[in-house]
Design a protein around this ligand. Structure first.
Ligand SMILES: [Zn+2]
Ligand SMILES: [Zn+2]
Length: 367
């Protein structure tokens, strides 16, 4: 048992605290990781707004990178000192979904996420004898974590951990939605609604896929400017006029793919309504539990359109995360533009407030 600093949320309004907690040693199949940097994501905000119900109290954070500091029994393929990016789908490799080649839908990892404990049904975090839950099997807002070994993805040691931390959620989700879920073809016309860390990763995924048009949509001119630097061919300020009309005017031949990287009802409905013939709307951003969007089935059928859900960019973390790190290191993928700042772990509350207010893209909490 070691004592580490961690960010705890107890379920009450404003109930976030940075405190010392106890971390137990890794059990069989688990590893301990010293977190170097952890990204602050909207999925952390959903929890503290009460929009998603998860087991509480919890150690927040689900995006991060660090170095392996201890191995539980039976762990192979990892060694102390390895650089790892954390995955919030620590796939089991043996369930039906893993067997079908869909590790991002792993049933065991889904149970870990829903119950807030690790594979064996227990937590490694506690405080004064009270159990604390893991968030998505990661809980990266801590100095050290213990996670399933499959959630620690080994990456090359020359990549800066305080940049590639964001690959584990935002970048995998955004680039993966384009390359894997939608499988955007070269020459396709693409729009991305919402330009946070995920949306700007969709823009970059579309650029990598060779899309002929990449229309970036947001209400923040600064984010529109970033999108142009990352490969967008056009921008639309959704605050000026109906974004659906603006999208149709911008690409009169029709949009083949529209990514909703926000996940509000109106943006999901906009993504569906603005599609061209044969197009696909891809839901990447996540709404509160229970939210309902609507569409006109006749239009969808007659235009042969599709609505696709994308979970974790349909990535296999073990292969896609190292690949995305390689793309960053060879200059094909810009991650530095997505990292808007770094703060010590103790400033987690301020970092979450900045994200809530739309002042930041991705803040990294560093140890
Ligand atoms: Zn996230
Ligand atoms: Zn599985």
């Amino acid at each position: 048992m070691t004592t580490v600093r961690a960010v705890i949320y107890d379920g009450t309004p404003g109930g976030i605290e940075v405190a010392d907690v106890e971390l137990a040693a890794p059990r069989p199949g688990e590893v301990e990781v010293a977190i170097v940097a952890a990204g602050v994501c909207h999925s952390d905000l959903h929890v503290i707004r009460g929009e998603w119900v998860i087991p509480l109290p919890v150690v927040l954070g689900h995006e991060g990178a660090g170095t392996v500091t201890a191995l539980g029994a039976g762990v192979t393929g990892l060694a102390v000192g390895d650089h790892v990016v954390l995955s919030w789908v620590p796939q089991c490799g043996t369930c039906r979904q893993c067997g079908l080649g869909r590790p991002w839908q792993c049933e065991t990892a889904a149970r870990v996420a829903a119950t807030g404990v690790l594979y064996d049904g227990t937590s490694r975090f506690s405080r004064n004898g009270t159990m604390l839950h893991h968030y998505l099997g990661v809980s990266s807002f801590a100095e050290r974590v213990v996670i399933p070994a499959s959630g620690a993805v080994k990456v090359r040691s020359d990549a800066p951990l305080d940049v590639i931390a964001i690959v584990g959620c935002a970048v995998a989700t955004g680039v993966g939605a384009v390359r894997n879920t939608a499988a955007v073809e070269a020459g396709a016309t693409v729009a991305v609604i919402g330009l946070g860390g995920v949306g700007l990763s969709c823009v970059q995924g579309a650029r990598l896929a060779g899309a002929s048009r990449i229309v970036a949509v947001d209400v923040n001119p600064a984010k529109l400017a970033v999108a142009i630097r990352l490969g967008a061919t056009d921008t639309i300020d959704a605050s000026l006029a109906d974004p659906v009309e603006q999208l149709r005017d911008a690409v009169p031949e029709g949009l083949d793919y529209i990514f909703d990287a926000i996940g509000r009802i109106e943006t999901t409905e906009q993504a569906i309504r603005a599609l061209g013939p044969g197009g696909a709307a891809v839901i990447v951003g996540l709404p509160p539990t229970g939210a309902r969007a609507s569409f006109e089935p006749l239009v969808l059928a007659e235009a042969n359109q599709r609505i696709l859900g994308s979970n974790y960019g349909s990535v296999d973390p073990r292969t896609d995360i190292p690949l995305l790190v390689d793309l960053y290191m060879d200059g094909s993928l810009d991650l530095d533009e997505l990292v808007s700042g770094r703060r010590p772990l103790a400033e987690a509350v301020a970092a979450l407030a900045d994200l809530e207010a739309g002042r930041t893209l991705r803040t990294l909490l560093v140890n």
